[in-house]
Design a protein around this ligand. Structure first.
Ligand code: SAM
Length: 285
């Protein structure tokens, strides 16, 4: 059933409200954001930590609600984000540590939590130019893997992460935590395998698929000639044939030792930094 928060966003716009009760209906609605269904219905998600909230606001994300611990009251940066939240028509809640722990499901919660509107980029709005790298993930299941990949894609200078088929939610608490804030910096797209296949033909870049049966060493591909879409397979089953066949190159990362394969996030990191090696320099930061 849709609740008031989901229908209208916060009810008491532009006010600071003190909350100490776990049964407060606004707190219940925020806690419901740990469920995928509630996130989908409300189009909102939770991000923990003052730095993340500041970064998100700077990047123009819409904040619905700011929650901070009583102990954080009066801290200049917290006051600033509270003022910004109110200026944008959001709600500010000053809560007990008990309430904050119950929202974040942590014993030592961050002092600040932001509830933001989700943002999805549309596949048809992506037309990567040369020097751009996109990561396409086939049915990624593990929230920690997805968060780590979004963070790594951000660090390597990739332009977007595409979620192909039934994937874990990039806006779950666990994934957002693992992104360490990069969820606010990297556009995320979701599409079916068919939509991806149609788009990649039109988009014109090279699709480099990674596969344990790949015959090409990943270090021998010319990544500089055009935009590159790195296609990564599902954690359990790898890439299905229909996706693997559509790739321009099917590459493998050579391995030694007993491990059958690399972890998906690790393999993606290896591919990202190799494919963007010519574009990355210590002078960048
Ligand atoms: N059992 C799966 C299989 O047979 O493909 C293993 C999947 S692996 C854990 C997850 C994904 O990481 C793969 O689909 C591939 O995209 C990538 N990957 C892992 N190790 C790789 C390697 N040595 N070379 C190329 N890709 C690799």
């Amino acid at each position: 059933m849709t609740n008031d928060y989901q229908r209208t966003g916060p009810r008491r716009v532009g006010q600071v409200k003190e909350v100490t009760s776990l049964s407060n209906p606004i707190i219940k609605d925020i806690k419901a954001l740990t469920n995928k269904k509630d996130r989908e219905e409300s189009g909102a998600f939770m991000a923990e930590g003052l730095k993340l909230v500041i970064d998100a606001l700077e990047l123009g994300w819409s904040i619905r609600t700011l929650v901070y611990a009583k102990a954080a009251k009066g801290k200049p940066l917290v006051e600033q984000v509270a003022a910004k939240t109110i200026a944008h028509g959001g709600l500010v809640l000053e809560v007990s540590e008990k309430v904050l722990s119950s929202i974040t499901r942590r014993d030592n919660p961050q002092m600040v939590v932001g509830i933001f509107e989700q943002r999805w980029k549309k596949l048809e709005d992506l037309s990567p130019g040369a020097n751009e790298t996109l990561v396409a993930l086939d049915r990624v299941r593990d929230p920690g893997n997805l968060g780590t990949i979004i963070r790594t894609a951000d660090a390597a200078g990739a332009s977007a992460v595409l979620l192909v088929g039934e994937c874990t939610d990039p806006f779950s608490l666990e994934t957002v935590r693992a992104t360490m804030g990069s969820v606010f910096a990297i556009p995320v797209v979701k599409c079916s395998a068919e939509e991806f296949l149609g788009w990649q033909k039109r988009a014109g870049g090279q699709v480099v698929a990674t596969h344990l049966a790949g015959a090409v060493d990943y270090r021998t591909v010319d990544y500089a000639k055009k935009a590159t879409i790195l296609l990564m397979g599902n954690e359990q089953s790898g890439l299905p044939d229909n996706l693997a066949k559509a790739a321009d190159r099917t590459v493998r990362i050579p391995q030694q030792g007993r491990a059958d394969s690399l972890n998906l996030a690790v393999a993606t990191a290896v591919m990202l930094f190799e494919s963007r090696r010519h574009l990355l320099s210590l002078d960048d930061k």
